[in-house]
Design a protein. Structure first.
Length: 641
């Protein structure tokens, strides 16, 4: 091109302009958050666990610290409450800031040092826990290892209460952190798309990025944080992480307070600040880490229709393919992070770890070992490998996002297995306009699984673009013989019933809800109607999304879908979707679109318009427009081409 030497510098200048503009916007939001949290941050701090984060924002805002709150933080840690590893990671961030510029009085700093030296950083510390402590889940493992590394760095030559020096603690933590970061980049988060635990992981990854002395741990933590931000960019709808997830809590669904929303507000400019959820956002507001602009642009591009498919976690049976064994304690940490404690291939090492270190996610290993051994003797193999209700094994996720709605599903995830907090699918049309189904574990909300969060028995679900089919096959032994859909009528502009369908509209987004069996509405204790119940042990639910742009008027959408043909016999269904054509699915039958079988297992870590990354890769490319962001885990480097 004749004038290319003038055009290229122009675009280079334009890129710098938008890059600087993006940084300025983040700095503006960062200051807004600090001001907000200083004034509005929850002083109760989830029972005291998170009050230290408000103090961190006070310091960032130029205010003096309230040492009464620091003392309360120390009390939380000394009481040895579960989740005090959250609190300790906040305290360590404050102590590192104190090293840079004196924040604490000499007396208080001495108390902080004593607390850090006293903490039990892993289950191999011989001191017995006085209360239940969760070390084993994916997020807790990394929280403990991060805290141990940062504590060891602070006090390299001091002897901790467990008899180890700071340097020894550093080595102990590094051995485990290197593996945890590697597993996350290659396999993703087993606690997939969890609004609660992504918030925690932002905290610990920022801590590593800011304070890890090992340059490779620091840089790799930044790359895993980039990957987490990419997850948020692909799976949020206007600041709501309204997708399938491995671990869901009722307040996230019912109070419309999405714990990761403050992080997205900071990074993408969409979402909301929340006084009770200030861990990840406080770390992000005080970190040197910056989300790559390629990712931030994807995170707020709601103008286009985007189909994202991604695979998270692995099957325990596939572990040897990834160089992992069942008789290695450190490899078993991965299985415990997936909460596959009693998988037949991992259970004997799980029992060994529990007996050796007095860490007991299960107490009755021998009962399950006998079940497996009896099955092998009778059938020649284990026929019920999915007995662990907590398990977060391989999840094949699809998220379909348009300007007017988003729908997301973990297809074929452990159908028929007993469940816990797994949330197989969800449609999101607004921060309050959510739709999902479950088989409740209780009629109350104070247990897990409960009336809305999690499933007593997991369904078989599958998604193709804007359509989800979800089949429930509940054993008679279950105490609750119904499934139900959460449809908060007050959150929608219109709700219409026609034939076997219920239709709802929010702005220009539509959803159609079909139940094989007759449904009935139920009001909650406050008289609010949000509960559509289908009685029976078995049921087929179908959900199809639409919009004014895609489907015409809402009345046309209602008429078109209500006239479509659905043939549901027992656990088999054929649905002639107006938008996707003939869809066939069953409890034991393949998922078919227009007569063609569709695999429900993907080979890609990410498969979307921005990235096509093979599962188990150590290098990822993310493209938006003319920019390509490269994340190279082996070298720990990131660059834009």
């Amino acid at each position: 091109m004749k004038n290319s030497r003038y055009i290229l510098p122009f675009f280079f200048f334009l890129g710098i302009f938008f890059s600087v503009q993006g940084q300025d916007l983040f700095e503006e939001r960062r200051q807004q958050y600090i001001d907000y949290c200083t004034k509005e941050g929850d002083t109760e701090g989830q029972g005291g666990r998170t009050i230290i984060f408000k103090e961190i924002t006070r310091v960032a805002g130029g205010l003096s610290i309230d040492e009464k709150r620091v003392q309360e933080t120390l009390d939380v840690i000394y009481y040895n409450r579960d989740c005090n590893d959250f609190t300790l990671n906040g305290l360590l961030r404050l102590e590192y800031q104190n090293r840079e510029k004196a924040i604490l009085s000499k007396e208080m700093n001495g108390k902080v040092e004593d607390c850090i030296l006293d903490f039990k950083y892993w289950w191999d510390d011989a001191r017995r826990d006085t209360t239940y402590k969760c070390y084993h889940t994916e997020n807790h493992q990394a929280l403990y290892h991060t805290a141990e590394l940062l504590a060891g760095q602070l006090y390299k030559d001091k002897v901790f209460k467990d008899g180890m020096t700071g340097v020894q603690h550093m080595d102990h933590a590094k051995e485990r952190l290197v593996r945890w970061l590697d597993f996350r980049f290659r396999f993703g988060f087993s606690e997939w798309l969890s609004a609660t635990y992504y918030d925690v992981e932002v905290l610990l990854l920022c801590n590593l990025y800011d304070y890890a002395e090992d340059p490779l741990i620091k840089s790799r933590a930044g790359l895993v944080l980039d990957m987490l931000m990419f997850d948020l960019a692909l799976n949020n709808y206007k600041g709501v992480l309204g997708t399938t997830t491995g671990r869901i809590y009722a307040p996230t669904l019912l109070t419309h307070e999405n714990p990761i929303s403050p992080v997205m507000k900071l990074v993408f400019g969409v979402g909301q600040y929340l006084p009770r959820h200030i861990m990840g956002s406080t770390a992000l507001a005080t970190t040197t880490y910056r989300c790559p602009e390629v990712i931030t642009k994807i995170g707020t591009d709601y103008s286009v229709t985007m189909r994202n498919r991604q695979r998270n976690s692995i099957e325990v049976a596939d572990a040897p393919e990834y160089g992992l064994s069942y008789d290695n304690e450190l490899d078993t940490h991965l299985f415990w992070g997936m909460q596959e404690f009693i998988h037949p291939l991992a259970i004997r090492m799980s029992k060994y770890i529990s007996e050796m270190h007095d860490a007991w996610p299960y107490r009755d290993y021998d009962r399950y070992i006998k079940i497996y051994d009896d099955q092998i003797a009778k059938y020649g193999k284990v026929i019920t490998p999915d007995l662990d209700r907590f398990a977060l094994s391989e999840a094949n996720i699809e998220t379909y996002r348009t300007p007017d709605y988003m729908i997301s599903c973990a297809s074929d995830f452990r159908p028929g297995a007993i469940g816990y907090q797994q949330h197989p699918w969800q449609a999101t049309l607004g921060s309050k306009a959510l739709v999902f189904t479950n088989h409740p574990g209780s009629e109350h909300l104070n247990v897990t699984p409960n009336y809305w969060a999690g499933n007593a028995v997991l369904p078989r679900a599958a998604q193709h673009k804007n359509v989800v089919v979800c089949i429930y096959n509940t054993p008679k032994s279950e105490k609750l013989h119904f499934t139900h859909a959460y449809i908060p009528k007050d959150a929608f502009d219109e709700v219409v019933e026609k034939g076997s369908w219920v239709f709802a509209r929010k702005d220009d987004g539509y959803i159609a809800i079909y139940s094989q069996h007759q449904t009935r509405w139920k009001a909650n204790a406050e008289g609010v109607v949000n509960d559509l119940i289908a009685d029976g042990l078995q049921n087929v639910w179908i959900f199809e999304m639409g919009s004014k742009k895609e489907s015409g008027s809402f009345s046309k959408f209602v008429d078109t879908i209500s006239k479509s043909t659905v043939v549901a016999n027992n656990l088999e269904v054929v649905y002639n979707s107006p938008s996707q054509g003939k869809i066939e699915f069953g409890w034991a039958s393949p998922f078919k679109i227009k007569g063609k079988k569709v695999s429900l297992r993907g080979g890609y870590r990410y498969d979307n318009p921005y990235s096509k990354t093979i599962f188990n890769s150590t290098k990822m490319e993310i493209k938006k427009g003319s920019e390509i962001l490269v994340l190279d885990f082996e070298t720990g480097k990131q660059w834009v081409e």
